[in-house]
Design a protein around this ligand. Structure first.
Ligand SMILES: [Zn+2]
Length: 343
């Protein structure tokens, strides 16, 4: 290969506690088959965190024996809310609580620090891009579309059209968690309307997220199962994290909660079917990393509530987001490689 064809990009996934890093070569091969983790230092504010990102890049290049001169671009992702250009929300964000983060241009700061182009995506969009490329392969990916839903602390979403992340005018496309979904037939007759941190009531995240379990679903279902062990957990957040284990064991309270979450995800996919009509719907997060029998049960319920027309249903409907722990860094690297190829 001539020297001009030998180049790489890096992907840096900047989380609340750790940075995950990877390296992708010009041919589309990852030079690392696992995570390269280092502390993210985001709690110390932007200066320390940008240094930590630069350090994680050095570390992953050394780990893969890559000459730093070969790096053409760096992909970066962080949790939101962040603008499409990588400016942290002026109201701050859960993972960026230090006051200096408010309105901070993390993409621009890293670009200045490294002297390299930095391509930004939020973490859900980066994971959606990775799922899309793994599923379709690099050739077909550019001609296919997908919608991703990742159920975690919140509900992260990503919309990919023709291999590209749909960003929107203000960078807020793909915020699938904050789409209103019909609650009729989802909630029990006496169940209060679930509230979301974004201020809406009855959106997808208010049901299908760990926060939704803690704030909305578990408090209600504990009233229907008086004396349930989860009512004696040390805190609401501890109890919410235990629900999945109970679901895997077939506990009726937990299955009621996950049944509502699956219905919410299915209704969200139904909206997507009428909006962008994607080739594939991806689902990721804790519940699909659960024991296989429970994952199967959950996916079956999601499919049941995803209403597709006959013409749509012939496509493969629901696939899993693979390697979720690596998906942010890898999706960021894919975005950086695309940007280099586009010139
Ligand atoms: Zn919301």
């Amino acid at each position: 290969m001539p020297d001009s064809d030998r180049w790489v990009v890096a992907g840096l996934d900047n989380g609340g506690t750790t940075v995950n890093a990877t390296v992708l070569d010009s041919a589309g091969r990852f030079l690392l088959d696992r995570l390269a983790e280092s502390p993210s230092c985001v709690r110390e504010g932007p200066d320390g965190a940008v240094e930590a990102l630069a350090g994680s890049l050095e570390q992953v290049l050394a780990l893969t024996g890559t000459d730093p001169a070969l790096v053409r671009a760096v992909g970066l992702d962080t949790p939101g809310p962040v603008s499409a250009d990588g400016v942290i929300s002026s109201k701050g964000a859960t993972n960026f609580s230090h006051p200096d983060w408010r309105g901070f241009d993390v993409r621009g700061a890293l670009e200045a620090r490294l002297g390299l182009p930095v391509v930004y995506n939020n973490d859900a969009n980066a994971a959606a891009l990775y799922a899309h490329f793994v599923h379709f392969g690099p050739e077909l990916a550019a001609r296919r579309s997908s919608v991703s839903v990742i159920v975690g602390t919140g509900l992260g979403g990503g919309v990919i059209e023709g291999g590209q992340v749909v960003r929107g005018a203000a960078g807020m496309a793909g915020e699938l968690g904050h789409i209103w979904i019909p609650m009729e037939g989802l909630l029990a007759a006496d169940q209060p309307l679930p509230q979301c941190n974004c201020g809406l009531a009855g959106d997808a995240e208010s049901v299908a997220s760990l926060t939704g379990i803690e704030k909305n679903l578990l408090p209600y279902w504990l009233t229907r199962f008086p004396g349930h062990e989860l009512g004696r957990a040390a805190s609401a957040s501890k109890a919410a994290k235990l629900v999945r284990g109970y679901g895997e064991a077939g506990d009726p309270l937990a299955l009621a909660i996950f049944g509502q979450q699956a219905m919410a995800v299915g209704r969200l996919f139904t909206i997507a079917a009428n909006f962008t009509d994607p080739d594939v719907y991806f689902l990721g997060g804790g519940v699909v990393e659960a024991a296989p029998h429970f994952r199967g049960w959950f996916l079956e319920r999601v499919r049941e509530h995803t209403v597709l027309r006959a013409e749509q249903a012939r496509a493969e409907t629901i696939a899993l987001v693979p390697d979720l722990d690596m998906a942010g860094a890898r999706g960021s690297a894919i975005a950086a490689r695309e940007a280099v190829q586009r010139g």
